[in-house]
Write a protein that binds this ligand. Structure first.
Ligand SMILES: NC(=O)c1ccc[n+]([C@@H]2O[C@H](COP(=O)([O-])OP(=O)(O)OC[C@H]3O[C@@H](n4cnc5c(N)ncnc54)[C@H](OP(=O)(O)O)[C@@H]3O)[C@@H](O)[C@H]2O)c1
Length: 253
């Protein structure tokens, strides 16, 4: 059984549908049960079973309820993919403690709690994947707060790799480059010059699709990846190879 947080759309949806080739799936959305139900139908169309659970990960009680729902239904967890994230995209100096608490609650605190509750239900072959971002490594306009939370999630992932490894559970992070999702479109806000800049700085000549990320996730949770643990795997078409366009983007914005 695989639980992918934030799987009603975007990258989480693509990962869930890809994992449905080998796993029953828990489809998790914040509140849009209709979008989650659509993903559940796609999972079932691939021959797997699906359970839809809605939970706001910024609310500790709902995180607990999500873990309980998963354990009640399946009793065990093979794969946990921590994909959900939310933040205030604004200059870091404008960010308040309230923004910070919401971002860290969603990205970091919920992850710690889910692993605390679900890791005991993971056995040999268990897989933990966190979805990080290049903002953990490079300063990007408006991404200061999210970058801090993602950097924390990468550090946590390395420690889980060490602590869970003796039980045959691996823990890794995927760092996507810019991925063509609704959230990227919102971030670009119609700025075609910025989109062009991103593509021009990507050696393979295009931006990532959700499917590019899902294929790597499917490999990392497969038996073939049993000896990859504690790693941060970048999937970005090479955009970070020369440091990325983040400095040039700052001049544009
Ligand atoms: N797209 C990119 O270019 C890119 C690049 C690098 C890394 N990433 C990372 O990849 C992951 C997925 O990104 P994305 O672009 O597909 O979508 P996204 O807009 O970043 O949203 C991700 C998911 O998080 C869920 N979510 C947000 N806040 C939540 C909360 N409080 N409780 C429960 N769920 C919550 C959303 O659910 P609802 O829809 O139900 O609100 C959504 O399904 C994120 O971690 C993002 O930081 C994305």
């Amino acid at each position: 059984m695989a639980l992918v947080t934030g799987s009603a759309r975007g990258i989480g949806r693509a990962i869930t549908e890809r994992l449905a080739d080998d796993h029953d799936c828990v489809v998790h959305g914040r509140r849009d049960a209709r979008a989650a139900a659509e993903v559940a139908r796609a999972v079932e169309a691939r021959g797997a079973r699906a359970l839809v659970v809605t939970a706001d990960l910024a609310d500790p009680a709902q995180v607990t309820a999500l873990a309980d729902a998963v354990l009640d239904r399946y009793g065990r967890v093979d794969t946990l993919v921590a994909n959900a994230a939310a933040t205030a995209f604004r200059p870091l100096v404008e960010v308040t403690g309230r923004h910070s608490r919401l971002t860290f609650a969603t990205v970091v605190d919920s992850l710690v709690e889910l692993v605390h509750r679900l890791a005991p239900a993971m056995g040999e072959g268990g897989r933990l994947l966190t979805i990080s971002g290049l903002d953990a490594r490079f300063a990007q306009s408006g991404h200061g707060l999210l970058g801090g939370a993602k950097a924390a999630s990468e550090a946590l992932t390395r420690s889980w790799a060490v602590e869970l490894g003796p039980r045959g559970v691996t823990a890794n992070a995927i760092v996507p480059g810019p991925v063509l999702t609704d959230s990227l479109e919102t971030y670009l806000d119609g700025r075609e010059d910025v989109r062009t800049l991103l593509v021009d700085h990507t050696p393979v000549g295009r931006l990532c699709t959700p499917s590019d990320i899902a294929e790597v996730a499917a490999f990392l949770v497969s038996p073939a990846a049993a000896m990859i643990s504690g790693q941060v795997i970048t999937v970005d078409g090479g955009i970070s190879a020369q440091g990325g366009p983040w400095g040039a983007m700052r001049d544009l914005w």
